[in-house]
Design a protein around this ligand. Structure first.
Ligand code: HEC
Ligand code: HEC
Length: 340
């Protein structure tokens, strides 16, 4: 009798122990995201009040593809930031609810964990801020969090997933945090360029190797602005992108109200650039051949253009080399493999 009781008690102890260790696995904070080759030395920015956990990533991924975010149920994040197009949309200008056009080209969402300021003009200091603005923006979702939460509460899957991720009911704050967390996991590296740097001399063709030298050279100056492993100094420049004369987009000036910011935009990453045409804040350049021609002629004239942008006098074979180098920056998106 005594031994039977002992057995039952020990079974209870063992089971509650397993229960405890499962709880520990749940919501375990990932302090540093595993990144593909080439991104090891970049600082990762994760807000203190929104640490990475698997549960949030998983919830954020579901919400990213959910059209219930938009006021008319037609648009999800992925409608403009498509995984197949380097998380952009192939359009000159983004198109949101009711087909309304946004005034800028859609940015990629790759490697945002390595940056602090968001949008072409840097007006959002966090990805959380971007999402809150997008939800209200009449040209994006034209919605509000209360509407969305009401709909999601009818879905058992979300009730369970919010509970797993936040130990709470469905909330607007949780929704924004989960999506932002998912975005931070979208990274691209392990490109032919990274493999070449890591010692695989066959990873780049001879032409792409010549293009790399040109890119880094004092003659072309590309790497002054497109610097470091993510090919961005995260600063604002006017690179001579064509301006619409009737309705010019003043870029950084709109935020700083300082003449110095006229027509400046944040230097974009060049990773996966082969997937995200058309280029520039206004989608004015289609394809990498046109892009190389644009820089070769020293951009379009305007009085605020950076002195770093000048005609380059590239030969046809140099243009081809630069093109091949830019194409070698397309990597492996961890999105497709990890953190499912
Ligand atoms: C209607 C198209 C559209 C939809 C839908 C959309 N976006 Fe965007 N997104 C844009 C455009 C356009 C920009 C650039 C706007 C600007 O710079 O002024 C942008 C910029 C961003 C940025 C800034 C990236 C950077 O490099 O600065 C992030 C992050 C982002 N979006 C995330 C999201 C998320 C998450 C969702 C879903 C909640 C979403 N977007 C839905 C069009 C869209
Ligand atoms: C003065 C800084 C600067 C220099 C030098 C520079 N760029 Fe840029 N680059 C930018 C900025 C800023 C943008 C975005 C401009 C805009 O949207 O109006 C940009 C955009 C691009 C884009 C399009 C990215 C996208 O997602 O739309 C590519 C590709 C590019 N640059 C390649 C190059 C190459 C190649 C060189 C050298 C020939 C070069 N850049 C020199 C600042 C610079």
């Amino acid at each position: 009798m005594k031994s039977k009781l002992l057995k039952i008690v020990s079974i209870i102890i063992v089971f509650s122990f397993i229960g405890c260790s499962n709880k520990k696995e749940q919501n375990k904070v990932i302090t540093k995201l595993d990144t593909p080759l080439g991104l090891e030395n970049l600082t990762q920015y994760i807000p203190k009040d929104n640490p990475l956990t698997k549960e949030k990533i998983s919830l954020g991924r579901d919400l990213f593809f959910d059209k219930r975010l938009s006021v008319d149920g037609t648009v999800s994040c992925s409608f403009c930031h498509s995984p197949l197009l380097g998380f952009s949309d192939g359009r000159y200008f983004a198109s949101g609810v009711f087909g309304l056009k946004s005034k800028r080209n859609t940015t990629t969402l790759l490697n945002r964990i390595f940056a602090q300021e968001n949008f072409w003009d840097g007006r959002a200091k966090s990805i959380e801020e971007v999402i809150s603005e997008h939800i209200k923006d009449p040209n994006v979702f034209a919605n509000n969090l209360d509407n969305i939460i009401k709909l999601l509460k009818e879905d058992k899957k979300y009730i369970k997933k919010f509970n797993n991720a936040f130990n709470s009911d469905i909330t607007g704050d949780g929704l924004v945090k989960a999506i932002a967390t998912f975005i931070r996991t979208l990274v691209t590296g392990n490109s032919p360029y990274d493999k070449f740097l890591a010692g695989d001399k066959n990873a780049l063709s001879e032409s792409a190797q010549s293009g790399l030298k040109l890119f880094m050279s004092d003659r072309l100056k590309c790497s002054v602005c497109h610097s470091g492993p993510n090919f961005s100094d995260e600063k604002y420049h006017n690179n001579g992108t064509k301006i619409n004369k009737e309705n010019p987009d003043l870029g950084r000036y709109l935020i700083t109200k300082n003449d110095e910011g006229m027509g400046k935009f944040r230097t974009p990453t060049l990773r996966d650039i082969g997937r995200t045409s058309p280029y520039m804040h206004n989608g004015s350049i289609k394809g990498l051949h046109a892009l190389v021609d644009f820089y070769n002629k020293g951009g379009e004239k305007n009085i605020y253009k950076s002195p770093l942008i000048k005609p380059l006098n590239l030969t046809d074979s140099e243009k081809n080399d630069l093109f091949n180098f830019l194409r070698s920056l397309t990597g492996t998106n961890v999105y497709f493999f990890g953190y499912r």
